[in-house]
Design a protein around this ligand. Structure first.
Ligand SMILES: C[S@@+](CC[C@H](N)C(=O)[O-])C[C@H]1O[C@@H](n2cnc3c(N)ncnc32)[C@H](O)[C@@H]1O
Length: 544
């Protein structure tokens, strides 16, 4: 849990400052349009002012900075740098932007900056209201999962004159997080061209959050053709010596599907995207949702109490309520969960038992009551998920499925053939097959096409772990299970003993090769998957 009081002051302000070389590069790009009115919506101590004073000294610069100390520094810095027409307002940009959008005042030729990264839940209520108002004012879908940088970019872009330029340092998650979909769609619709400069390294020390440069040119008139999005991957800082205009024009832009959804597709070459689209439309390949159903796992509300190791079962005499369960990837090193794996987990002292008190009947038992009272002593019955059900100790929606799927994965997601019919908690999903057999689905799921589509549909955070939610899983491309010749034990052994890259190569040959996909196309998919997986892990392209 990320409690507000544990966040550092710098984090709560969303304040990681831009290195001056990146700021200069962005200023050089907007300078091409000779802007007269420039906005910096969250200027910090004013890092953009020096390059602005050097290159566009006559521009009127309107800046905002919430922190009075930083705003004061920015003020001094603007004078020192020789930026004559700079106004630094020590107030909330979002509040000002709401008024400006409603009154139609405040229009800019260029926008520069690095908006704050602050989760919506950490914003003061009045800022939350303003953020929400900005979404509605621009007819964009609002969600409480948003983050301050999203309404900052939305409002800034809306305040840009036709043909103007927005150049910002933004969180790399703009490419894929679901909550930024309104922003991606809004930019896709109103920009004549968008380019994301995507670095291999982390630009900000002390944060796991990756950043990218976003360069957007607004349409000159609503009917202007939208070129779409271009991705410009970089390694190191050599690109800063190039003409920013050349960088902006360099990547081939993509429109249609890519700009309508997550931008991850733009990280792939055209040949891979076309291959994916062709396969998605072929009869041999299906969407996950066509062949199986995915549901969340069991939500206990107090895992420490409900998921326990054998010793606790022994100590409290809970045998009659204890059921086998798994939930963590280290509990499932292969693709089969059977008695042998379960025993091995239990012998290691893992919490392999799910304690299920179906109803109040347990209170008739002295041992059952003793365990429940123990939980109450620890106030577990007052926890949200527990207190909203009755009795608090009876976990709802308890059923096991023949297939489980862990929510998170390092290389690529796997399905687990749940031979033991063990229960799974909320770290795993429950999967029910609609077509073919469970063996066919589990076996066919490991291949380069499914792995690549998981990279495209899923999300990842600082640590580089891939996570998929059910709505993303439903979209995964899978080989039709009916065509798969399953050899589950063989694959189980391979997953346990071989590196995932080698397993995927072998399985791609067996499953997709078996469907008639050429070696060259198999390689194209494997290469695409590796590129996205390595980017997620921040492994250099050269390392492979
Ligand atoms: C990521 S820093 C970037 C600072 C500067 N633009 C740079 O590039 O170095 C974001 C800044 O936004 C400021 N900030 C946070 N919330 C704000 C708000 N509602 N209005 C204006 N500034 C805000 C923070 O204090 C912080 O200085």
């Amino acid at each position: 849990m990320n409690f507000k009081e544990f966040q550092t002051e710098q984090k709560l302000r969303g304040g990681y400052y831009t290195p001056v070389d990146l700021a200069s590069f962005l200023v050089r790009w907007v300078e091409k349009k000779q802007p007269k009115d420039i906005l910096e919506p969250s200027c910090g101590d004013g890092i953009f002012f020096k390059p602005l004073a050097d290159l566009i000294p006559k521009a009127r610069v309107t800046s905002f900075e919430l922190d009075p100390v930083e705003a004061e520094k920015a003020n001094n810095f603007a004078s020192q740098a020789g930026l004559r027409k700079a106004a630094i307002r020590n107030e909330d940009f979002l509040g000002w932007a709401v008024d400006a959008l409603q009154s139609g005042r405040g229009q800019f030729d260029a926008i520069l900056g690095n908006p704050p990264f602050i989760r919506y839940q950490y914003l003061p209520p009045v800022f939350q209201d303003r953020a929400e108002t900005i979404f509605y004012a621009l007819a964009c879908k609002f969600t409480k999962h948003t983050n301050a940088w999203v309404p900052f970019i939305l409002a800034s872009f809306a305040l840009l004159r036709p043909g103007g330029r927005l150049a910002m340092v933004v969180p790399a998650e703009i490419i894929h997080v679901m909550h930024a979909q309104s922003l991606r769609s809004y930019l896709g619709k109103n920009a004549s061209r968008l380019v994301v400069i995507d670095p291999e390294e982390l630009w900000f020390e002390g944060t796991l959050q990756g950043a990218v440069l976003l360069m957007v040119e607004k349409k000159s008139h609503p009917d202007e053709h939208a070129e779409g999005l271009g991705m410009y991957p970089v390694k190191g800082r050599d690109f800063l010596a190039l003409d920013p205009e050349d960088v902006f024009r360099a990547p081939q832009s993509i429109n249609g599907k890519t700009v309508a959804g997550k931008w991850t597709r733009a990280l792939l070459p055209l040949s891979t995207r076309s291959l994916l689209d062709g396969l998605a439309d072929s009869g041999e390949v299906r969407r996950f949702d066509d062949v199986a159903q995915v549901d969340v796992g069991i939500v206990t509300g107090a895992n420490k109490f409900f998921l326990v190791e054998d010793d606790t079962v022994e100590q409290f005499g809970l045998q009659q309520w204890a059921h086998p369960m798994f939930g963590r990837s280290e509990h499932c090193p292969g693709i089969v969960y059977d008695e042998r794996q379960h025993r091995a987990n239990a012998d290691k002292g893992n919490p392999t038992n799910f304690i299920w008190f179906q109803d109040k009947a347990v209170e008739k038992s002295r041992t059952g009551r003793r365990y429940i009272e123990q939980g109450e002593k620890e106030s577990l019955h007052t926890r949200y998920k527990c207190r909203i059900r009755s009795p608090w100790y009876s976990v709802p929606s308890v059923y096991a499925t023949e297939i489980g799927m862990l929510k998170r994965s390092h290389d690529t997601p796997r399905l687990i053939l749940n031979e033991l019919r063990a229960y799974t908690t909320d770290t795993a999903y429950r999967v029910r097959i609609k077509e073919g057999t469970a063996e066919q689905f589990v076996y066919g799921f490991i291949n380069a096409l499914t792995a690549l589509s998981a990279e495209l549909e899923g999300r990842h955070y600082g640590g580089g772990v891939l996570e998929l939610v059910p709505s993303e899983i439903e979209k995964l491309l899978v080989p039709s299970p009916l065509k798969v010749k399953a050899q589950v034990d063989d694959l189980d052994k391979a997953v346990r003993t071989m590196p995932m890259d080698a397993v995927l190569e072998q399985q791609t040959k067996r499953t997709l090769g078996g469907l008639g996909l050429s070696d060259a196309d198999q390689l194209e998919l494997l290469t695409g998957w590796k590129r996205l997986r390595n980017r997620r892990h921040r492994v250099s392209e050269d390392a492979d």
